[in-house]
Design a protein around this ligand. Structure first.
Ligand code: FES
Length: 116
């Protein structure tokens, strides 16, 4: 009976281990960058940027991440409002929970430099 119990325990432990390894492999991304594509900011001349600026910024960051880190599992997602609307384009990187605010076109490298 003890042998059978140990055998079942071994099998279940092995299955759990394999399942966890599989989940880890499936845990798709090492880092996940969310960029708000709804942000609009006022430029230094008092003009409000167009609605297309933040989505274009995200698209450029995504392209650069793919170019610079072709084998890294990094996802660059568009997000809705991140609650930091008054400060240019907002972004947050996970799992670090690192925020970058007041982003503008030309600041792509600020985000790219966070990718490790
Ligand atoms: S609209 Fe971008 S953070 Fe709110």
């Amino acid at each position: 009976m003890v042998i059978f119990k140990n055998y079942v325990q071994f099998i279940l432990t092995d299955m759990l281990k394999k399942s966890m390894e599989s989940q880890k492999e499936k845990s798709l991304f090492e880092q996940h960058l969310f960029i708000c594509t709804r942000c609009q900011y006022i430029d230094s001349e008092g003009r409000k940027c167009g609605e297309e600026v933040a989505p274009a910024f995200r698209k450029e960051v995504k392209k650069l991440v793919k170019e610079k880190f072709p084998h890294k599992k990094v996802r660059v997602n568009a997000s809705g409002c991140l609650g930091q609307c008054e400060q240019g384009i907002s972004a947050v990187l996970y799992p670090e929970a690192h925020w970058e605010l007041d982003l503008r076109p030309g600041d792509e490298d600020r985000l790219i430099s966070l990718i490790k």
